[in-house]
Design a protein. Structure first.
Length: 110
């Protein structure tokens, strides 16, 4: 049988120390059809909306899906520290899940 293509959403909340990665184009660096695969560690939640990871990121990385070691999305990268590019912020797992619930509701109401 042929599996559907695409990345799945994780149902498991990340824990501190989990290995993560993202595929992005920090500072516009990529060479089609190849983009950098950047690893990091999940450091934990900052508040109900944000979590910290230690993946290198600069402008151009925002919007990248953060994946766990099972290749499932756990959140979205949204900020990098301007002075230390290995301190990166992503959406918290719970806020990402809530966004998906609200998006499904909206799509289903159309």
């Amino acid at each position: 049988s042929i599996e559907k293509a695409g990345v799945k959403i994780s149902l498991r909340k990340p824990i501190v120390g989990d290995q993560i990665y993202y595929i992005g184009s920090p500072a516009g660096v990529f060479h089609p059809p190849v983009a950098p695969i950047l690893p990091g560690i999940y450091s934990g939640e900052i508040d109900e909306y944000s979590a910290m990871i230690t993946a290198p990121a600069v402008g151009g990385s925002s919007g990248s899906a953060i994946l766990n070691d099972r290749n499932k999305i756990i959140g979205v990268l949204w900020a990098a520290h301007p002075g230390f590019h290995h301190v990166t912020l992503m959406s918290s797992f719970d806020s990402f899940q809530e966004f998906l619930r609200q998006a499904r509701k909206l799509v289903n109401s159309i």
